[in-house]
Design a protein around this ligand. Structure first.
Ligand SMILES: *[C@@H]1O[C@H](CO)[C@@H](O)[C@H](O)[C@H]1NC(C)=O
Ligand SMILES: *[C@@H]1O[C@H](CO)[C@@H](O)[C@H](O)[C@H]1NC(C)=O
Ligand SMILES: *[C@@H]1O[C@H](CO)[C@@H](O)[C@H](O)[C@H]1NC(C)=O
Length: 231
C-alpha cells in the first residue's frame, strides 16, 4: 500500500465577511493588491480571470457540476484565481484578509452543492485545477499529491509505477482529491487500510497568515487536528 503525502490547503480558517468593505472596492485596487503579494519569479497575472476577461465564463463553468448553478442569476465571483504555484495560494489568502472578501476554494471534483463557487456575499474563487501534480515514489511507498488532482489521476499514476500498490480512497475516479481527503476519504480498501486521511503522513498548507507550513513546521497538534480538513 502506498502511503500518501499530500499538498493540501487548510480550509478551516474563517475569513470574515464585510459588505461595506467590498462595496467601495474598485477592481484596479484589488488586482493591484494581488499582484503586489505575488513573488516576481511566479507571476500571478496569468492566473487572474476577472469578469472582463473573455475566458472568465468558461473557466468558471468548466468545474460547475450542477447546472442549477450555471444560471445568469447565480452569484458570480469577483475574480477567479487559477493558482499556478503555492505562492499564489498565499497571495490569495492575504488578499482575502486585506479586502474582507470571502474566498471559495475549488478542487474541481464532485461539488454538486456549489459551495466551492457560489456565495451570497462578495467572494472570489481560488481554483486549484492547475495544481494537480502527482509524484509517486515507489521506493519509499509515498506520493506527493496536489489537491487539484482527481482520484482517477492518482490511481493511474500509481499504477504506472507499480501493479502492487494502491491508495485507499473512493471508487469514483472523478472525485477531487482536495474535497475527498478533506472529508476523510471512504472507499473499498477501508476495512484493511482505513480512510484516506489515515494514510496521510505529511501535508503542506497555507495558514490564515499566509504562511506555507508542512507537518514539521505546523507541529503535531495542528497536523492531527487539521488532517480531516485538508481540502
Ligand atoms: C505592497 O506590499 C507592501 C508590503 O508587502 C506594502 O507595504 C505596500 O503598501 C503594498 N502596496 C500596495 C499598492 O498595495
Ligand atoms: C485573460 O486572462 C488570461 C490569464 O490571466 C490572460 O492570459 C489573457 O490575456 C486574458 N485575456 C483578456 C482578454 O484579458
Ligand atoms: C452553462 O451555461 C452556458 C451559457 O450560459 C453554456 O454555454 C454552457 O454550456 C453551460 N454549461 C453546461 C455544462 O451545460
Amino acid at each position: 500500500m502506498l502511503r500518501s503525502k499530500m499538498f493540501a490547503l487548510l480550509s478551516v480558517f474563517l475569513l470574515s465577511i464585510s459588505w461595506e468593505a467590498t462595496s467601495d472596492l474598485d477592481h484596479e485596487n484589488f488586482l493591484h493588491c494581488l499582484l503586489n503579494h505575488s513573488q516576481p519569479s511566479y507571476p500571478i497575472s496569468t492566473a487572474i480571470y476577472t469578469p472582463n476577461n473573455e475566458s472568465y465564463s468558461s473557466v468558471l463553468q468548466s468545474y460547475i457540476r450542477n447546472l442549477r448553478f450555471n444560471m445568469s442569476t447565480t452569484p458570480k465571483p469577483l475574480l477567479i484565481l487559477t493558482a499556478l504555484h503555492e505562492s499564489h495560494v498565499q497571495a490569495a489568502i492575504s488578499y482575502a484578509r486585506e479586502h474582507n472578501l470571502q474566498m471559495k476554494i475549488r478542487s474541481g471534483g464532485h461539488d454538486y452543492e456549489g459551495v466551492s463557487y457560489v456565495s451570497d456575499v462578495p467572494f472570489f474563487v481560488l481554483d486549484m485545477f492547475n495544481l494537480r501534480s502527482i509524484d509517486v515514489d515507489v521506493a519509499s511507498e509515498t506520493a506527493w499529491i496536489q489537491v487539484g488532482a482527481t482520484l482517477g489521476e492518482v490511481y493511474y499514476r500509481v499504477s504506472e509505477k507499480s501493479q502492487a500498490h494502491g491508495f485507499p480512497a473512493s471508487v469514483e475516479p472523478t472525485v477531487g482529491v482536495g474535497g475527498h481527503f478533506g472529508g476523510g476519504g471512504y472507499g473499498n480498501m477501508m476495512r484493511k487500510y482505513g480512510l484516506s486521511v489515515d494514510n496521510i503522513i505529511d501535508a503542506k498548507m497555507v495558514d490564515v497568515k499566509g504562511r506555507l507550513l508542512d507537518r514539521k513546521s505546523m507541529g503535531e497538534d495542528l497536523f492531527w487536528v487539521s488532517s480531516p480538513n485538508f481540502g
